[in-house]
Ligand binder design. Sequence first.
Ligand code: MEV
Length: 306
Amino acid sequence: MGEGKGYGKVILFGEHFVVHNVPSIVSAMAKATTAIVERFEGSSWTLDDRRPATPGYKEDKIGQQRDSIERVLRAAGFDASKTPIKITLGGDLTAASGVGASAASCVAIARALSDEFSLGFSDQRVNEIAYEGEKAYHGTPSGVDNTAATYGGLIWFVRGKPLEQIPIKKPVEVIIGNTGRVANTEAAVAGVRERKQKDPQNYDKLFKEAEELANIAKRALVAYELRAVGKLMDTNHLLLQSIEVSSKELDFLVNLARENGAFGAKMTGGGLGGNMVALTPGKDLQDKVARAIRDAGFDVVLTQIG
Ligand code: MEV
């Protein structure tokens, strides 16, 4: 029996823009998906998905998930028709849109495969394999999610470049609020591409702003200026609204978090549903904002970045 694990992630700055080579800042979450790979009497691979999930998520993603597992196995050079396997997914990361659930599972499966068949995959190899698996979910992934899922930590990520860990004095509390709406990242990414092509002048300006924002945010994080980081997250949310990837529920949760004292809040990940993140330094503020979101009838995860 082989085991593997991949972290969930929260993008603090630059989702969507990162697909077009703008820098992004992503943090792994202290929640992960686990995979077990076992040899199996059968004709190919089979899956037992025991992850906790947003209602409807697994059903909605089943086609992409099957495609993704095929891609992961192919990229790993593994032929399940010759060596049938059973894959069991679990862990404490709720499978939902925006938290890197797909990348976490790709990483976990690649690692479990390596463990069971002594393939000796390095982190770099695991990351490459997971990137191939991500294509089934994102179409043209930037690689930010699989990188966070593989390496963990707080990461400065630019597409096609080696990752850079951002040093931060100590971890900061955040809450992640779930709209409960399952979203399609591939469609969200394709929509941005289409609108960017139709309105290049406006979009070029927004993409420049996103790049400047990521650079300023990196400095603010290193300096541990959390009020400034929060304000920059608010600005990032505005940019994401401008490129039309937010939603009514996301905007509602972002406003609710701010009204309850969050230093800043924004949608996170692909958008059009899925999750938002609020910066809530200290246990008390984290609990307060989490309670407000729960009282409004939404699921919330309390975690830390960095
Ligand atoms: C999804 O978590 C992040 C996106 O930027 C897509 C990607 O980077 O592949 C929307």
